[in-house]
Design a protein around this ligand. Structure first.
Ligand code: BGC
Length: 740
């Protein structure tokens, strides 16, 4: 039978659709084959050695057992564990989820519904909230969507330390500080896991650069490792019991973290009491035998040949079967947890409510860096809107393609939605320019949309002049994206390009000559230089990457619908050369580098700037509000029974606008040496009306102060510590001395 051209095309389309990555919910039929009661011991006894080994790697090592599960990751679910149908052992599904569940679009079987997901603000923006309640709610949202779409384990949160501003994956990490990181991560994990979905806290540990990320050897002395690079994981493990932990790609002091018994059997399990499952990052490490022995239970997503290697090692006595048995039991226990969860009914997520949450979370986390003469908030009016990223969506590039387009709002659309107007002629120029630049990128085979890879559009002085004459307020958006696998650079990335500087300068000059104000929006994935140009502006709002609904969230801050209450989770240095790891990071990110020597030791971020009285452009913990607060009446009470110190203050809204404030408690003398100041507790107030007051109790573990604790190495007995409290590292007005 001859097919017409049209019929032929139809068949090709249908065939293509069938081979798209299958989202996890489509596997629910597979799951229904599982036994009702999942008896770990009984199943364990029936497993052959061959099956045990299969159970410990993802299905890509076992394609013949995939049972219809897609064997290639891609834009869909990141991976599946191997099912053993003979014993009713189902597969677990794993999806990324740092700023939204990453699955591919399909249709949910038997319904007309599309599995849209919610794109949250980037992790660095969420962390700028300094709000554990908000993190918990964000986690619940992720858990809810994961469960609805059949995802068992969300591969988040990612909590490596932002050691250097050029770290390419900083946007997915929280902070330069381990306590802030650990507390926020614990809240996020508690939220994700509330409905039985598992979290996977990653990348354990010391994954602080992207150049040669699969092989680089991080060289870190033990005290620094424990105080800075492990502390966040330790807090998360102890305070939220993540179901799983993902090891990192890199080596740590010569050994791949996924092959390090010292790290996994020792520190993680023996010292911290971690009871969950450890899985590898995708295709990481070099020796599955060492990984199994080290207690890296599950090898993801599974490599062909891996199982054969393990079986051969067992046969030859090179791999202890006890290690395999121990790992298998952990795997079965994790599956058992998910069997219990499977009984609960799955409800389609309330995407409208989730989008509203994403918008609120973004707005409440943004950091107001400058606000001269109350330039903000600004009532809706005619604006001159400049910058490529004002007209495009510059968000987390790792994000899923399954986000609900209904909520996509660029800055321009968000401002229009709030009642602002602008010249659509200029908008068209920007949109045409972006389209032309994208076409060039496609021609050169550059993947993905990276708005900072599109150079800022050059504008003539005449055009700038005309735009300002026809409007009342100028807004410039500066955009920066970043992506895993690549570190950022100083030129035209950390430092602004000449075109960007010229644009800010020209708009500033014209605007101020006409008595109009200039607001700069920083829609950036990582820290940039601000000291050169900040004096040319009236206000600077740091929005990081605010998620799909971000344009509306920015508009909420600009209009004052939301009073900013975010604080910096990282320091903004004056120059790149001021960064304590400037040189060592640069050396470790040369293309042929095999080693990254952490010669900055524990002096990461503000620990360095404060100890050595080095000025920064904007210090850690800094962030302005449209109102003012007083923090007063510091009281210190020792709770001997549970070895805690309770520090109490009263926060009062002393301005005319309602808002929230973050109280930050730092301790001097508890860290590497007596000059180091460290964050030891923080809390965000509730929404305080003008004159409203709230008592804030901060709990300080005595063990956070003593050096003979928490596995810290022994040092000289130092028993006096100064507690400092305020609303930024640079504003610590309340002080008390405690002894241990
Ligand atoms: C990333 C992980 C991620 C995994 C699966 C890896 O390249 O480093 O963070 O979870 O891919 O997508």
């Amino acid at each position: 039978m001859d097919l017409s051209r049209k019929q032929y095309r139809f068949i090709i389309i249908v065939t293509t659709l069938f081979y798209l990555p299958v989202p996890a919910f489509a596997q629910s039929g597979y799951k229904s084959k599982t036994v009702q009661k999942f008896d770990v011991n009984k199943i364990y006894r029936q497993l052959t050695m061959d099956e045990k080994v299969r159970l410990l790697s993802g299905i890509q090592a076992n394609p013949e057992l995939s049972g219809g599960l897609p064997t290639l990751s891609g834009s869909g679910v990141a991976g599946y564990s191997t099912p053993i149908p003979r014993l009713g052992i189902p597969s677990l599904s794993f999806a990324d989820g740092s700023s939204g569940i990453r699955i591919s679009i399909g249709k949910i079987p038997d319904t007309a519904k599309i599995p849209y997901t919610t794109q949250l603000p980037s992790p660095t923006l969420l962390a700028s909230s300094w709000d554990t309640k908000l993190m918990y709610q964000a986690g619940r949202l992720l858990g809810n969507e994961a469960k609805a779409y059949g995802i068992d384990i969300v591969l988040a949160p990612a909590i490596n330390i932002q050691r250097n501003p050029l770290g390419g994956r900083n946007y997915e990490y929280y902070s330069e500080d381990p306590l802030l990181t650990g507390k926020l991560a614990a809240a996020m994990i508690n939220g994700i896991q509330e409905n039985g979905t598992g979290a996977s806290v990653k990348h354990f540990a010391a994954n602080n650069q992207e150049t040669n990320r699969r092989t680089i050897n991080a060289v870190i002395e033990e005290q620094t490792l424990r105080e800075i690079y492990l502390k966040g994981f330790e807090i998360a493990v102890k305070e939220s019991h993540p179901q799983t932990i993902m090891t990192s790609y890199n080596k740590l002091n010569g050994v791949y973290t996924s092959e390090s018994s010292y790290l996994l059997n020792g520190i993680l399990r023996k010292e911290w009491g971690f009871k969950g499952l450890v899985l590898t990052d995708w295709y990481s490490g070099s020796d599955p035998v060492k990984q199994a022995e080290a207690g890296n239970d599950l090898l993801m997503p599974g490599k062909p040949g891996q199982n054969e290697l393990l079986l051969k090692a067992i046969e030859r006595g090179r791999l202890d079967t006890n290690a395999i048995n121990r790992n298998v039991k952990r795997m079965l226990q994790l599956i058992a947890l998910h069997q219990q969860k499977a009984k609960a009914a799955v409800v389609y997520p309330d995407l409208d409510a989730h989008a509203q949450f994403a918008r609120r979370a973004a707005a409440e986390s943004m950091v107001l860096l400058k606000n001269k003469n109350h330039a903000l908030p600004a009532a809706p009016q005619k604006i001159a809107l400049f910058g490529v990223s004002a007209y495009t969506n510059n968000n987390d590039l790792l994000a899923s393609t399954a986000f609900n387009p209904k909520y996509a709002k660029t800055l321009a659309q968000g401002l229009i939605g709030a009642g602002f107007t602008y010249n659509t002629g200029l908008q068209k120029q920007y949109i045409d320019y972006v389209a032309a630049q994208m076409a060039i990128k496609r021609q050169n085979n550059v993947q993905g949309f990276v708005s900072n890879a599109i150079p800022e559009m050059e504008l003539s002085t005449a055009l700038i002049d005309q735009e300002l004459t026809n409007s009342n307020l100028a807004i410039i958006s500066i955009g920066r994206a970043a992506i895993k696998g690549t570190d950022r650079k100083q030129e035209d990335d950390f430092n602004l390009s000449d075109t960007e500087l010229n644009l800010i300068k020209a708009v500033s000059t014209k605007a101020h000559a006409q008595n109009k104000k200039l607001v700069v929006i920083l829609n950036i994935a990582g820290v940039i230089e601000t000291a050169t140009w900040r004096d040319w502006t009236d206000a600077i709002l740091l929005t990081w990457q605010p998620g799909l609904y971000g344009g509306s969230a920015v508009a909420d801050i600009v209009t004052g619908a939301v009073n900013p209450s975010g604080k910096l989770p990282v320091t903004f240095p004056i120059n790149y050369s001021d960064v304590p790891s400037a040189e060592s990071f640069a050396a470790s990110t040369r293309i042929d580098a095999t080693e990254s020597v952490y010669s900055d030791s524990s002096y990461v971020g503000y620990r360095y700037y404060s100890a050595f009285h080095k000025m920064s452009a904007y210090p850690f913990g800094f962030g302005l509000s449209y109102t003012t607060f007083s923090i007063k009446n510091l009281r210190v009470k020792r709770l001997v029974s549970n070895k805690k110190i309770q520090v109490t203050v009263n926060v009062r809204n002393t301005g005319a606008i309602a808002g929230k404030e973050v109280v930050q408690l730092y301790v001097a003398g508890a860290g590497k040496d007596s000059i180091m100041v460290e964050l030891k507790a923080f809390a965000k107030t509730k929404f305080l009306l003008p004159n409203g007051e709230q008592r804030i109790d901060l709990m300080l573990k005595a063990s956070y102060l003593s050096k003979d604790n928490d596995n810290a190495l022994r040092r000289d007995d130092q028993r006096y510590f100064t507690i400092k409290v305020g609303n930024a590292l640079s504003e610590l007005k309340l002080k008390a001395v405690v002894t241990i």
